[in-house]
Design a protein around this ligand. Structure first.
Ligand code: DGL
Length: 289
């Protein structure tokens, strides 16, 4: 099927998932929305994250997408139910694939998860892992300072290393053998994290696992683009000025990113009748279909 795949994130971090999708599914057209005007999601309440996720998905639905990838760990932790209730296309989040991979890899049944405060407080990774194996101990550690450090480009700065040492102490004291990078930004820190935790701890990049799940799901549902050619240019939209997005985004993707388009998201919400209220947002999304 030649329709595009939609991907959203609270900002730029979701490009780590885009990178994996581009690698695995080079013929699929990708439409990305980064809600750079409202980042961070990781410090917000479930209610607000659900509302934002519905609005972000509604923006992507305008492009007649065949599947939506919730690249944001925070939205994947807190808004999957509301999204699946309201969308009539498959919705893939990053939490479940990351959890499946960790459950399969741990040998001493002790898994660490790092992410935003909202992701860790939601216990999303722990409950997904418990569905697979109740004997696995899951230890969560919020690491909110790592997001701004990545945005600043301090990927292996001494400040970043010290911050990690402090955050990871409890996980290391409990002898985790597997660590889930439960935030879009953390794959950028992979090398530094590996150095800090040592090579006996296996790191799981949820984005990488998610790309595999997307490929499998599209194949199962007969939705892959099998035309042998890419159907259109990938498009990147943000809700605030793209200058920094392009600079940091190029670093994230490992290729130049120059075609970023700014959308007037407030105007989109008003035009599509979205009030700042979650329940009404659900109704409006239903009315748009
Ligand atoms: N995208 C978010 C996540 O993966 C990190 C940034 C934020 O707090 O919005 O959880």
């Amino acid at each position: 099927m030649r329709k595009p795949i939609g991907i959203f994130d609270s900002g730029i971090g979701g490009l780590t998932v885009v990178k994996q999708l581009m690698k695995l599914l080079p013929d699929e057209q990708l439409i990305y929305f980064g809600d750079t005007a409202r980042i961070p999601y990781g410090t917000k309440s479930k209610r607000l994250i659900e509302q934002y996720a519905l609005e972000d998905a509604a923006f992507l639905m305008q492009f007649d997408i065949k599947l939506v990838v919730v690249a944001c760990n925070t939205a994947s932790s807190l808004a999957m139910d509301v999204l699946r209730r309201n969308l009539d296309i498959p919705v893939v989040g990053v939490v479940e694939p990351g959890a499946v991979s960790a459950a399969g890899l741990t040998k001493n049944n002790t898994v660490g998860v790092i992410g935003t405060t909202a992701t860790i407080n939601s216990g999303s990774y722990a409950s997904e892992i418990a569905k697979l194996d109740r004997n696995i101990r899951v230890l969560g550690q919020p690491c909110p300072l790592l997001v701004p450090l990545v945005e600043e480009g301090w990927l292996d700065d001494e400040v970043t290393v010290l911050t990690m040492r402090k955050y990871f102490k409890g996980l290391m004291d409990n002898h985790i053998d597997t660590l889930i990078l439960g935030c879009t930004h953390y794959p950028l820190l992979e090398e530094t994290i590996q150095r800090v935790v040592g090579d006996k701890v296996q790191l799981i990049d949820s984005g990488k696992e998610t790309a595999k799940v997307v490929q499998q799901l599209l194949a199962e549902k007969g939705l892959l683009n099998i035309s042998g050619e890419k159907t259109g240019e990938d498009r990147f939209f943000v809700s605030d000025i793209p200058a920094k997005f392009e600079e940091i985004g190029s670093r994230f993707l490992g290729r130049p990113l120059t075609n970023v388009e700014r959308v007037d998201f407030d105007q989109f919400l008003v035009q599509s009748g979205f009030p700042a209220n979650m329940h009404k947002a659900e109704n409006n999304l239903a009315n748009m279909r």
